[in-house]
Design a protein around this ligand. Structure first.
Ligand SMILES: [Zn+2]
Length: 126
């Protein structure tokens, strides 16, 4: 077997039938693509759209949504009823994001995760 380096069509030099550098890059790219797809697929399972939110907000919101679905009380997440609409409950997700839920009697229906700025715009009299 010859140990002479050869020049691959990609421009890299190396041994063997295929360029190992390009093979490795291909594997890394495939893995990254799979991770991205797995991340995007999860949004289909969320009860509300979390796609536009920062990653850490998505994680925290999912945790709260899951626990609410398991009938955990919103007060455990420091959720509060809005003063001007007692059927709307605001739960802090991070310092800048709130999960808005609607109280439908014995059911708490998540509506959206909104930023603090959007939340303040929603308030009447502002
Ligand atoms: Zn190559």
């Amino acid at each position: 077997m010859s140990r002479r380096k050869k020049l691959f069509p990609c421009g890299h030099k190396g041994y063997g039938q295929r360029c190992h550098r390009c093979d490795q890059a291909q594997v890394a790219w495939e893995r990254k693509k799979q991770e991205k797809n797995a991340w995007e697929d999860k949004f289909d399972k969320d009860p509300i759209d979390l796609r536009t939110l920062p990653r850490n907000v998505v994680f925290k919101a999912r945790k709260i949504l899951k626990e609410l679905a398991n009938r955990k009380n919103y007060r455990e997440f420091h959720g509060k009823r809005l003063r001007h609409d007692r059927f709307v409950i605001s739960i802090p997700v991070t310092r800048h994001y709130r999960l808005i839920c609607r109280d439908q009697g014995n059911l708490l229906v998540p509506e959206a995760v909104i930023s603090h700025e959007e939340y303040n715009v929603c308030k009447p009299g502002h």
